[in-house]
Design a protein around this ligand. Structure first.
Ligand SMILES: Cc1cc2nc3c(=O)[nH]c(=O)nc-3n(C[C@H](O)[C@H](O)[C@H](O)COP(=O)(O)O)c2cc1C
Length: 201
């Protein structure tokens, strides 16, 4: 017997609601598949660049999510030059892929950054005090320093950036055993309801 089709299988609204539910819970569950999305930016030379980050918060109401990075990283420089960003999530258990597109805002000295820093654990904070800068060439693999231990420190605070991605496009792909479903959700203006359409998977 195959599993009954989930409620979202043939309903656009339910598909979007399910996508938001998974993302909200993935932000607070380090074991969730969607806790570590892949983030793509436009490289300084125009080539595509992608990397894994940790999903720190997802806000369905303002269609945004947050991750943290070091202002010395390439992605920070890339986003400063061109805020366009894409995020890729895949949950192997749910068989759902989500592709989000939008723009990033960078928060280094404001309240958003301060609150994110205050909520960070010692281990996460220590990474921002790494010397030399992430991405520097070094002669041996261990030629860098990073504070150790469980002590909270502000040593790396000036390198810390909270990145908020606001998305206006979400593409849904569900690999259902009785047939796949693909849909696109687009928000043409900040407050508007999404335009929803099915696509051939
Ligand atoms: C599971 C995992 C989680 C990661 N989380 C982050 C993160 O939240 N922020 C970050 O800047 N880098 C994170 N990284 C490292 C990035 O993938 C990347 O290697 C690094 O940030 C340099 O990227 P860039 O040179 O494009 O800036 C993570 C890597 C892995 C494997």
């Amino acid at each position: 017997m195959t599993d009954p089709s989930p409620v979202f299988s043939d309903q656009l609204e339910a598909s979007l609601a399910h996508a938001f539910e998974i993302l909200v819970s993935a932000a607070s569950d380090r074991r969730a598949a969607m806790h570590t999305p892949s983030i793509a930016t436009i490289g300084l030379d125009g080539s595509p660049r992608s990397r894994t980050v940790v999903l720190r918060h997802f806000g369905p109401d303002d269609r945004s999510f947050r991750f943290h990075t070091d202002i010395r990283s390439e992605k920070y420089q890339e986003l400063q030059r061109d805020p366009r960003i894409s995020a890729l999530f895949y949950d192997v258990g749910e068989k759902i892929q989500l592709r989000l597109n939008g723009e990033a805002t960078l928060h280094v000295t404001d309240r958003i950054a301060d609150e994110a820093w205050s909520a960070s654990q010692a281990m996460s904070r220590h990474c921002y005090a790494t010397e030399p800068a992430p991405g520097s060439f070094i002669l041996e693999g261990a030629d860098f320093t990073i504070p150790k231990g469980r002590e909270l420190t502000d040593a790396g605070r000036h390198h810390f950036c909270a990145v908020r991605m606001h998305f206006n496009r979400l593409e849904w792909l569900w690999l259902g055993s009785e047939g796949h479903r693909r849909a696109i959700f687009e928000w043409p203006a900040v407050t508007s309801a999404p335009e929803m359409r099915w696509l051939v998977p």
